[in-house]
Design a protein around this ligand. Structure first.
Ligand SMILES: *Cc1c(COP(=O)(O)O)cnc(C)c1O
Length: 397
């Protein structure tokens, strides 16, 4: 019988749940874009975003998604013929490296298996061998949303420092930003790439580059910084629209202002901790299921798991059956499995649970309970007691 008459729940790793406060903040007529409250509000929002990133650099924004933020970062720091190292252990790292190649940059790939952290030893060696500092930049994704691995950005910086290398450190924090710890200044990140539809709980459409002083200097010689992508007018433009390369995304700015306010009310360290507890709740259930049958966390080592998203492996095709059953019968939408290689399509033996952004225990426990119902309904073999284990995490036991 049909049961799902309440709210549906989108448990995918972005776009994430939009808080009622964010939706309500956008219920306004079109604001003036040359003067008035929108301008001050945006200044406050951007100051808040820099506090959340622990960044003292410039914050530049685009009307765009994560792909726009990626291309903006590369266009402003590199020129055709430059060489970079891409640390790649998942689909998103791979796509970013391919974009660099398409922009005429020579990319040295350091590939690691999707269930392993990026290889900082190999990075240190390659940088150490590069005595003329031909390598301009190192690209690394903090959380690769396909595998749900979390790379240690401080360790990447340490390898660069130990090799005594001057390359820029460019980091994709699209999935992790405002979910997982980020210390941009302390970790020596030169450009941090982010977008608004994951941890920032705002409808897709705003892309960000947080830029260190060093990257700001470098960008003056990057020959790909064409008028639309160029950071410069977006920081120094006299009129508010110049900061967006044209008409500002007014209602996204209204929504984002409320989202940043919510994060600052919670305190970003508390937000990180809330994500960690919710992630442990998910992992506790999966560990119990994994005692029998084929369900398991794709990333075995807890220390390198993202706390924003979890990739779960199943028997062949089971993931697809679970996703279909759960959506039809419970109104929960799970994330599809993505193969680790860029462009390789969907993995039907994997699904993902997004636990990023505006979430509470009933949403997490509800999602896990509905997955458990799917396992029962589809007669997929699994260990018992998963929900009890998940509840123990929420109970602090
Ligand atoms: C979602 C995501 C992207 C892509 O963002 P889009 O908004 O879909 O362009 C890039 N990198 C990571 C790590 C992501 O999670």
């Amino acid at each position: 019988m049909k049961l799902n008459f309440g709210r549906d729940h989108l448990a995918i790793p972005g776009p994430s749940t939009m808080p009622s406060r964010v939706l309500a903040a956008m219920q306004q007529p079109a604001p003036n874009i040359y003067a008035g409250p929108l301008l001050d509000m945006t200044d406050q929002t951007y100051a808040g975003l820099k506090r959340i990133a622990k960044s003292s650099g410039q914050l530049i924004s685009y009307v765009g998604n994560g792909h726009a933020a990626w291309e903006a970062c590369l266009s402003n720091t590199l020129s055709p013929g430059d060489t970079v190292i891409a640390m790649v252990n998942g689909r998103f790292g791979g796509i970013w490296a391919q974009i660099a190649e398409a922009l005429g940059v020579n990319v040295q790939w350091i590939r690691s298996a999707a269930e392993q952290s990026v290889d900082v030893n190999q990075l240190q060696q390659l940088l150490g061998d590069d005595s003329h500092h031909k390598i301009q930049a190192v690209l690394c994704v903090q959380t690769d949303t396909s595998s749900s691995i979390s790379n240690d950005i401080a360790a990447v910086r340490q390898a660069m420092d130990e090799a005594n290398h001057s390359a820029l450190l460019l980091v994709d924090g699209i999935a992790s930003f405002a979910c997982e710890p980020m210390l941009m200044d302390e970790w020596g990140i030169d450009v941090l790439v982010a977008a608004c539809q994951k941890g920032l709980m705002t409808p897709p459409g705003l892309a960000f580059n947080f830029v260190s002083d060093k990257a700001w200097q470098w960008h003056k010689k990057a020959s790909r910084n064409t008028p639309y992508w160029d950071w410069h007018p977006r920081v120094n433009g006299e009129l508010f629209p110049e900061k967006f390369g044209g008409t500002p995304p007014t209602h996204l700015l209204l929504g984002l202002h409320e989202a940043v306010k919510m994060l600052e009310e919670e305190g970003i360290e508390n937000t990180w901790e809330r994500h960690r507890v919710h992630a442990q709740c998910v992992w506790a259930a999966i560990t119990a299921w994994s005692q029998q049958g084929k369900i398991a966390c794709f990333i075995q080592d807890q220390a390198v798991r993202s706390t924003a998203v979890t990739t779960i492996t199943t028997g062949d095709e089971d993931a697809k059956r679970i996703q279909e059953w759960i959506q039809e019968n419970t109104g929960v939408v799970l994330g599809v499995g993505l193969k680790a290689q860029a462009g390789a399509g969907l993995a039907n033996n994997q699904f993902r649970i997004g636990h990023m952004g505006h979430l509470s225990p009933p949403m997490i426990l509800g999602t896990l309970s509905c997955v458990n119902s799917a396992l029962l309904a589809l007669d997929i073999e699994h260990g018992a007691g998963a929900l009890d284990q998940a509840c123990r995490v929420i109970a602090g036991q």
